[in-house]
Design a protein around this ligand. Sequence first.
Ligand code: SF4
Length: 277
Amino acid sequence: MSPLPHPLTGQEFDSPVPPGCGWPDDPADPDTPVATTPGEVEALAGSATLPLLDAAVSVCRACPRLVDWREGVARDKRRAFADQPYWGRPVAGWGAAEPKVLIVGLAPAAHGGNRTGRIFTGDRSGDWLFAALHRTGLAAQAGSVHAGDGQRLLGARMVAAVRCAPPDNKPSVTERDTCAAWLHRELELVAPSARAVVCLGSYGWAAALRGFRRLGYAVPRPQPKFGHGVEVELRAPDDGGVSLLGCFHPSQQNTFTGKLTEAMLDSVLARARDLAG
Ligand code: SF4
């Protein structure tokens, strides 16, 4: 298939997008090391700085099923986006390097993050989330449509528990556990500044609890159950701490049915902002 123009910049790209060829905010370059096994993910994540972590995540190929799926979606495209290049790579964490608020989701959407290369960007869930982040002062703009659109998170960072778009939004347990090495290193790097962690849905909640437990935080037993508005304080080994906040995922299933309203989403994000000072 011929290269297609990026909707904002007009530069032409293949789908999936090769690393370091000019895609807005691409963290990688052609020399970024590529993890192809769970062991290589562990090794690369282990001592990475945040920029190196973002770069290595964005070229990872450790889960064969997800690599096939994300790249197939990028080539086939949805009809509405048939004239656009698709990122088709893992989606790295995005936002402040020393965030006070961390937002943990499940995985990129096939035609959202997997198309735009930025988490929660270019899909309906992201429309809801970014509008709420803007209302609560955590994002510079109310919308997030394409990487390179000027959107910025203010004192906040977003990450996905699994960095590749999975079929039916369902990563396998093995895929989840393989990708957890990236997440755990990212939690380790941002934990010194983070005061509040907003977990979107039970998947993000469980992933964050596993991650902080692995970092030595005191996680209550039995493990706290996910719920919208649930708040749990986790003590760090150095006596610092972080507050975990549960929030229903802004999926269309939840927003169409009224299970999650704008007021409910704003309320959790405002609480996170207030905890972060
Ligand atoms: S899901 Fe995570 S570990 Fe698996 S290929 Fe994607 S980025 Fe790599």
